[in-house]
Design a protein around this ligand. Structure first.
Ligand code: PAF
Length: 284
């Protein structure tokens, strides 16, 4: 049985009661319109905690002025049912006033320099400030021992790890694997914006990432791998924001150098912007 909590006092009372019993609290923050990827994070959090809270809050401060805040899908009933089935104990469903008591304009903001400025941060100015601002607030509200984030948002995970380390927050960050449709498309709430024709094309992002991995393994120079990926995406009908291979800290590796890599793509298909990535190792 899941409890739905809409007031901060209710949330705090619930968490305090659990903590008095010595229970560990796991947390899965979301923006709702939940899918199997989110539910796998609930399962992951449950493996590291005695109780799991998930939040659904479409955070206005992480959307740019021309982005999809108003049309972002809101499906609270289905989300509640899905979370209950996934074994979540409580759903934190704050109104915007509970999250930003002084209003969005006067809200204290959190900026994590460096890692927030490249790739997604460069394409979506202010996006990670909004994410860090809301995640800090959510952590203050929920006071979790562990919190789970998906690897599909590879850069978001890195930004949050840095936020937690720098502000010395007592929260362990767990990373959940990317959950894919049968044809390889990474699950995302934004997939439902795709028309049937676009949906048929969308798995090309994952195929392109796999081709980037294969080319890097074969020793193809990185600049060529990235140029070929960009061309493949364009010929499939995408407008790429980036298609790159980086070290996990987003620095640019030299050709011939071994170590951990991530191929990352962000690309638009019609009005829908999709992101995905593949992590791999190159031999030294
Ligand atoms: O990944 C998301 O869904 C959001 O960025 C998050 C972490 C819930 C913050 O609004």
């Amino acid at each position: 049985m899941i409890q739905t909590l809409t007031r901060l006092e209710q949330l705090r009372a619930t968490i305090s009661a659990w903590k008095r019993e010595g229970l560990r609290v796991g947390f899965v923050p979301t923006m709702g319109n939940l899918h199997a990827g989110h539910y796998s994070l609930v399962t992951l959090a449950r493996q590291h905690a005695d109780r799991v809270v998930s939040s659904v809050f479409v955070n206005p401060t992480q959307f740019g002025p021309n982005e999809d805040f108003t049309r972002y899908p809101r499906t609270p009933e289905a989300d509640t049912r899905g979370l209950a089935a996934a074994g979540c104990d409580a759903l934190w469903l704050p109104e915007v006033e509970a999250m930003y008591p002084f209003g969005v304009e006067l809200a204290a903001k959190i900026h994590v320099p460096g890692v927030s400025g490249v790739l997604e941060g460069a394409c979506r100015p202010g996006h990670f400030d909004g994410v860090c601002t809301v995640v800090t607030r959510l952590f203050n509200q929920v006071q979790p021992d562990v919190a789970a984030f998906g690897r599909k948002d590879f850069q978001q995970l890195a930004v949050i790890r840095q936020l937690v380390a720098d502000l010395q927050m007592p929260v362990e960050i767990l990373a959940g694997e990317i959950v894919r449709e049968d044809d390889g498309l990474a699950m995302s709430s934004r997939n439902q914006y795709l028309s049937p024709d676009e949906r048929a094309v969308a798995p090309a992002i994952h195929r392109t990432l796999l081709a980037m991995h294969a080319s890097m393994q074969a020793g193809v120079p990185r600049a060529r791998v990235e140029a070929e990926a960009d061309a493949a995406l364009r010929s499939a009908g995408f407008v790429p924001d980036y298609a790159v291979v980086r070290r996990p800290d987003f620095s640019e590796p030299a050709d011939g150098e071994g170590g951990a890599r991530v191929a990352l793509i962000a690309a638009r298909l019609g009005r829908t912007r999709l992101i995905d990535n593949v992590e791999f190792d190159l031999p030294a």
